[in-house]
Design a protein around this ligand. Structure first.
Ligand SMILES: Nc1ncnc2c1ncn2[C@@H]1O[C@H](COP(=O)(O)OP(=O)(O)OP(=O)(O)O)[C@@H](O)[C@H]1O
Ligand SMILES: [Mg+2]
Length: 623
């Protein structure tokens, strides 16, 4: 979650903001409007049906008071030995009203569940839409994950909470008016007292909402910690290592400790919330007691008949529930409001500069891409990963990046792929700085496969075609890309060929070896029809023959596309048109293999080291 300046809002600030929120009528109106629009859009028919049920329920409740009064009146005029026929009507009425209320109650339950799900679906999609659009930078901040976690829960439950509260308020208000009028007719003082009894709750409820919000915000991070441990203990790739290292018990203990900490916090939270609730309800009960006392006094003074008194007691009991329901409704809306503001802030998170969707579309092809003095610092880091890098890629060229671990190769690949804007210097496509180009069109011109490419739990053909998912899968192109990447033979041999699910997570799924997966990823890069292909260590897991074949055919496969590839194996780097040697975020040398060898710098040193390791006799003396 970010504020206007793009910096993260601390959860503590959230709590402070929440405290500042006024419970004004305007805010209430805004919250109701926002939630109702969402629920309406998610399922208007269900929403209307629920409204109708709510009003009908209110009418039934008011009818019950009248039925009780009729029943008591009939009982009171009944002499010994009289027929009980006059009672039948009121009893039958009361029984049918009770049955109708129960029936409506259960129908309402089902409808609410179904509507709630419609709302959850809509909001989930909204949130994931934002999550796939926000800048990659957000993913460098733990607080982003907190926000995602929190808003997913809030967005799927809170709007429905507001709507339910709204429906309840409508219902309660209808009953309160109906039954209240009946009660006021009996004695206005009773109605006044009842309303008074609601006031303490109004105050304590407000405090409770804030406690709840603060608790949720504070618990998001610990909840993610527990979630991560659960994921480690249940994930498929993790399962091997968890067993091999005997991590099961220690991780379970760690999880248990975290749960213990949470339960401790929860107990404290519940005590505080419970205390507030106790105070509010005790004060309300006191006023209610006083109300009943007034009824007794009125009977004693002969100002109220017994039937009237009976009806008054039922009405008071009913109204008290309704007034509380009304207040609870208002409270629920304000409480949900705190969470919804949080959700709205998340949804308002726009793309940052790296993702500008304005600017001219990137050209379909290029003659020359140049990086000039490119610097890059990861968000939240204070060390530069790139410190003034110059590279050049011409149409149809194969360019290699080499350098030791952490020298900045992957970072440069991300900048060249348009995933990050440089923090200094620029990348130019035929002279146009990439910052002037529409970033999504820029990315569409690049096919990049990272070291940690994704193994999608999708069928094989989709695993290749994900790189161009916008169009229908072209099976012929999939096969050609797979063949070029050396993946066709083993994919064809799968039980269902290219339709085989490549994951054991789903039915009929198969898994591949590490090198086979890497070939699928390379096929992915070839499938995408883009003028620049970037491969970050594409052959690290390939066997020597597969690697040799790949590089031998690379130029033919690329046709006139350009490629940037990163490799630690100098045998594959040799044939590149130009090699850039990175060291500590800078290009320290560049040129062809022969030029670099002749220069006798870092490249020559690393190359010789590797070549010698292959050819020199094995040393067993440990020296
Ligand atoms: N997400 C990140 N946040 C902060 N620093 C990072 C991040 N990713 C990488 N770095 C740092 O940036 C520097 C360059 O990393 P980079 O991944 O580009 O290296 P590399 O040359 O690809 O290394 P390797 O050969 O191990 O893949 C390293 O010091 C690394 O620790
Ligand atoms: Mg790397």
């Amino acid at each position: 979650m970010t504020d206007d300046t793009g910096t993260f809002v601390d959860p503590l600030d959230l709590a402070v903001q929440a405290r500042r929120q006024r419970r004004s009528l305007r805010r209430l109106g805004r919250l109701i409007g926002r939630s109702t629009r969402l629920v309406w859009a998610s399922g208007r028919g269900l929403f209307v049906a629920l409204g109708v049920i709510q009003v009908a329920t209110a009418a039934i409740l008011a009818g019950q008071v009248l039925a009780v009064e009729a029943f008591l009146s009939a009982v009171l005029v009944l002499g010994g030995g009289d027929s009980i026929r006059p009672l039948v009507g009121p009893v039958a009425l009361l029984a049918s009203l009770l049955a109708a209320a129960a029936l409506l109650g259960s129908v309402q339950g089902y409808l609410k569940r179904y509507l709630g799900d419609a709302v959850a679906r809509r909001t989930q999609l909204e949130i994931l839409d934002v999550a796939t659009r926000v800048s990659l930078r957000e993913f460098e901040h733990p607080r982003f994950y907190d926000a995602v976690q929190r808003v997913q829960v809030s967005a799927s439950t809170r709007p429905m909470q507001v709507t339910q509260a709204l429906l309840a308020i409508v219902g309660s208000a209808a009953v309160t008016v109906g039954v209240g009028a009946t009660l006021a007719a009996i004695d206005p003082l009773l109605l006044g007292l009842l309303v008074l009894g609601g006031l303490p709750l109004l105050v304590t409820n407000r405090q409770e909402s804030r406690l709840e919000f603060a608790f949720t915000v504070a618990q998001t991070y610990p909840m993610r910690e527990r979630g991560y441990l659960t994921y480690l203990l249940t994930g498929r790739p993790e399962s091997k290592e968890v067993r091999a290292f005997g991590l099961g018990d220690p991780l379970l203990r760690r999880l248990d400790t975290l749960w213990g900490r949470y339960r401790h916090d929860l107990a404290r939270h519940l005590r505080r919330r419970g205390g507030l609730s106790l105070v509010g309800n005790a004060l309300s009960a006191l006023v209610l007691g006083a109300t009943f006392l007034v009824v007794v006094l009125l009977i004693a003074r002969g100002r109220m008949g017994v039937a009237e008194a009976g009806a008054a007691v039922v009405a008071i009991r009913m109204l008290q529930g309704q007034v509380q329901g009304l207040l609870a409704g208002v409270q629920a809306i304000f409480e949900a409001g705190l969470f919804l503001d949080d959700v709205d802030a998340f949804l308002a998170m726009g793309p940052t500069a790296d993702d500008a969707e304005s600017g001219t579309p990137a050209p379909a092809t290029f003659d020359r891409i140049e990086a000039r003095g490119v610097r890059f610092t990861y968000p939240g880091s204070d060390v530069e990963a790139l410190r003034g890098v110059d590279v050049e890629i011409r149409k149809g060229e194969v360019v290699a990046l080499v350098g030791e671990n952490g020298s900045g190769k992957t970072t440069l690949a991300k900048v060249l792929a348009g995933l990050y804007d440089p923090t200094g210097g620029e990348v130019r496509w035929d002279g146009t700085p990439t910052t002037a180009l529409d970033r999504s069109s820029l990315r569409s011109r690049v096919a990049v496969i990272f070291q940690d490419f994704v193994r999608y739990a999708f069928p094989a053909n989709e695993n290749v075609a994900v790189s161009d998912i916008g169009t229908a899968i072209d099976e012929r192109r999939v096969r050609r890309a797979a063949a070029d990447a050396g993946a066709d033979a083993f994919l064809t041999a799968l039980p269902e060929g290219y339709d085989t699910m490549l994951s054991r997570l789903f039915r009929g799924g198969r898994d591949l070896s590490g090198g086979q997966w890497q070939r699928v990823a390379i096929a992915r890069a070839f499938y995408r029809d883009s003028p620049l292909v970037i491969l970050d260590e594409p052959t690290a897991a390939l066997d020597p023959r597969a690697e040799h074949d790949l590089y031998a055919s690379l130029r033919r496969v690329l046709d006139d596309r350009s490629a940037v590839f990163i490799s630690h194996r100098f045998s594959s780097v040799r044939s590149a048109d130009r090699i850039y040697v990175l060291d500590d975020g800078q290009v320290v040398e560049h040129g062809t293999h022969d030029e670099l060898m002749a220069a006798g710098g870092l490249y020559a040193e690393l190359f010789t080291l590797q070549a010698e390791a292959y050819l020199s006799p094995v040393r067993t003396d440990g020296a």
